[in-house]
Design a protein around this ligand. Structure first.
Ligand code: ADP
Ligand code: MG
Length: 703
């Protein structure tokens, strides 16, 4: 029997949360802090000093020696610079442990090597980090010791966002303001705040660390760049929800404990579709906390895997031909008095409000489909979207049979008076239907699916931060709420105005609704007829960041300036080019130094066999044919290697930017595929003993 875990006791034990603050902070200070957070103001330095002192004492009790401003630059991962608590030595030779309010609320990392897309050159060379007091600080224990981590936003000195967090917080402001206007129209005069909540389901692979270390592609790029399919793949679907292997179960147990201590409510775990693939879902939280927690989850997955001699692969497509990993971003919108705006309600008013919110979201997604697609773009996700395992690269919305029927009735006749199934909920308006609760069916192929009381955005890549998709969702919905409120606040007959607006939005944006099979070829054709964008690659998606429509949207709600958007587009092109460059060079390295030499050696053995067999007077036909076939493929590989080498040299000599990124996409990637093809065939022909690295079978089935 393993020792029992007292979850209630360990949950949040390493977090400077409400309970700790109430215990440790003087009442007045605690109240001030709460007030500042609620009003979104800057913290008074004297108050910050008291909080910092208590936070330090608490962290030292937990064993912390250092603190760090924990932030999320545009590299997709988190960054931190550690400072110890010690102050200058005293005359006695001793040191004091100190941590001031100033150090808590503001940091100045030497930020010059973080991507800024030219922003810092244009404005100001330095950057600073600022405490996001709405996300709690925590102490993280790892092999380097214990560190107090303070979630922060990262900006340039003139206030341009250099990170993922700042625009997310701005977008929360935007949707809060507009959603409050909307609920006021429906008579809710008490709500003070409307906040998006997010529950991201995280997929990942686990492989044995010893085998991982034998593959340079996994080490340098996080995915396999060569590899033939094993005899058994995922065709039986026997891994999905299957029994969890002992080694994996032991890993998951430790993982949960670590996450619970950090206040992350890890809830659901199961095996995924592909062999060696798993999923972890926390309970949903306010979106900025969910973003931080998702980063903590990704870091903890890697750290705990290491303790079990496993490696956690977060890449979107670690194995060709095997399902990749994504992140399902479940999004809803809740008032501080506990009403989820995406839940059909109990009163007539709430139901009309629900239909309006739905209509607004349809409009938002249709208007900004390309931008939403862009928010999930990263180099790894290009292998996944539209590959019959993840949603297609076309954005559409799944509503389920009942709601789609409501939309159709409204669009066709201006009235929707009947409801398909389920128990009824009153709207009290004769031209609007009574709604049935929980009548949504499941659809796994839709990128943006309504699932009863939330929307699930399924495009996000497994490795990516969920900050940017949520920044986009918050802002595009805020925009439509704003447009709707501008009209409705002026209306004389509110009931009629709401009805007309719902009908108008639904009519104009009905094309975005699709309830069928998103994996089918017919949908690709149908979507084209409807004029919906089908953006297949990251480089094709990036331009959506800087269209006039996008710039107007973000400037209107003060989420991004044009300069910030342009800098982000630039960084994305650079990141794309760098990622593909590393992959191409890793392939060149593996092919030249490991694979081709191993195959050559093997041909020598074959040639010797042919001679030896012939010497004893046997024809050696089979051996000879085998040698010829292998030599032929080897020649093909050698040619492809030269071409890949040439295009990669050319690509990396180009000036950074869109053109270079496109060249990587259009020329380098096909050259990589051309090299992979003969080598994967060779893997099936060459003696396993002679192959210089573990196969897909070894990696996927031997954890
Ligand atoms: P499934 O795999 O069927 O989609 P899961 O239970 O694995 O469902 O994951 C659902 C995720 O959605 C969880 O993270 C859950 O906390 C989250 N979730 C549930 N209700 C809401 C809500 N109202 N708003 C946002 N997220 C939610
Ligand atoms: Mg899901």
């Amino acid at each position: 029997m393993s020792e029992a875990i007292n979850v209630a006791e360990i949950f949040g034990q390493d977090v400077f949360n409400e309970t700790v603050m109430q215990e440790r902070l003087p009442k007045k200070i605690y109240k001030e802090l709460k007030k500042t957070v609620e009003e979104g103001k800057e913290l008074d330095l004297e108050i910050a000093d008291v909080i910092a002192h208590e936070m330090k004492e608490w962290a030292i009790d937990k064993g912390a020696t250092h603190y760090t401003h924990w932030f999320q630059p545009l590299t997709g991962v988190t960054a931190e610079k550690h400072d110890s608590f010690i102050s200058a030595p005293l005359d006695s030779g001793k040191v004091l442990m100190s941590f001031s309010g100033k150090e808590l609320i503001k940091g100045e990392p030497d930020a010059s090597s973080f991507p800024s897309g030219g922003l810092r050159a244009t404005f100001e060379a330095r950057g600073y980090t600022a405490w996001d007091a709405t996300s709690p600080a925590f102490v993280r224990h790892d092999s380097a010791g214990a560190t107090l981590c303070i979630p922060t936003a990262f900006c340039s000195y003139t206030g341009e966002a250099l990170d993922q967090k700042t625009p997310l917080l701005r977008s929360m402001e935007a949707i809060n303001t507009q959603a409050l206007r909307l609920v006021r129209l429906f008579g809710n005069m008490t709500a003070k705040k409307v906040t998006p909540s997010v529950g991201p389901e995280q997929e990942y692979f686990l492989v044995d660390a010893d085998k991982f270390r034998q593959r340079k592609d996994l080490i340098y790029t996080g995915r396999t760049l060569f590899g033939a399919m094993p005899p058994k793949g995922q065709e039986l679907d026997d891994h999905y929800f299957g029994t969890i292997k002992r080694r994996v179960a032991a890993f998951m147990k430790d993982l949960n404990v670590e996450l619970w201590k950090l206040g992350v409510s890890a809830k659901t775990q199961h095996n995924e579709v592909a062999p060696a693939q798993h999923e972890l879902a926390p309970i949903y939280a306010k979106v900025n906390v969910a973003v931080d927690h998702n980063q903590i989850i990704m870091q903890t997955l890697k750290r705990v895997a290491g303790q079990h001699n496993l490696k956690c692969l977060l890449h979107e497509k670690p194995f060709a031909g095997v399902n990749g990993s994504g992140k399902h971003n479940n999004w809803s919108l809740t008032t501080d008095d506990g009403k989820n705006l995406l839940e059909p309600g109990k009163t007539p008013h709430e139901n009309i409000q629900f239909l309006l919110v739905l209509a607004c979201i349809l409009r938002a997604v249709d208007k900004h489909a390309a931008l939403l697609r862009e928010s999930a773009a990263d180099p790894g996700n290009d292998h996944r979207l539209g590959a019959n395992e993840a949603p297609p690269a076309i954005i559409s919305v799944f509503l389920g049979e009942q709601l789609e029927d409501v939309v159709c009735q409204l669009v066709d006749t201006g009235e929707a008076t009947t409801c398909k199934k389920g128990g009824k909920l009153e709207t009290g308006v004769k031209t609007l239907p009574n709604l049935a609760k929980d009548a949504t069916d499941r659809n796994r192929t839709s990128p943006f699916a309504f699932t009863g009381n939330k929307f699930e955005f399924r495009m996000v890549g497994s490795r990516d931060s969920i900050a940017s998709p949520n920044t986009v969702i918050n802002t595009i919905v805020a925009e439509t709420f704003c447009d709707a409120c501008d009209l409705l606040e002026k209306s004389e007959d509110f009931e009629k105005a709401v009805h007309d607006l719902i009908k108008d939005y639904m009519t104009e944006h009905q094309r975005i609704i699709f309830n069928g099979n998103g994996y089918s070829d017919e949908w690709v054709e149908e979507a084209e007829r409807r004029g919906l964008p089908n953006i297949r690659s990251m480089v094709g998606a990036i331009p959506a960041l800087v269209t006039d429509e996008t710039v107007n949207l973000f400037e209107r709600f003060k989420v991004f300036t044009r300069a910030e958007l342009e800098s982000r587009a630039e960084i994305k092109y650079e990141n794309y080019a760098k990622a593909i460059n590393i992959e191409a060079r890793t392939m060149i390295d593996m092919a030249s130094k490991q694979l081709i030499p191993a195959i050559m050696k093997y041909t020598k053995t074959l040639a010797e066999t042919v001679i030896a067999v012939k010497e004893v007077g046997v024809s050696a036909q089979v051996q000879l044919a085998h040698l010829e076939e292998v030599s032929q493929l080897l020649e093909e590989a050698e040619k492809a290697l030269n071409i890949l080498w040439n295009v990669t040299e050319k690509a990396s000599a180009m000036e950074e930017g869109q053109e270079q990124a496109n060249y990587y996409h259009d020329s380098v990637i096909p050259a990589m595929e051309a090299l992979r093809a003969p080598i994967d065939k060779l893997e099936m022909k060459v003696d396993k003993e002679a192959w210089p690295m573990p196969s897909y079978g070894d990696l996927l089935f031997e954890v």
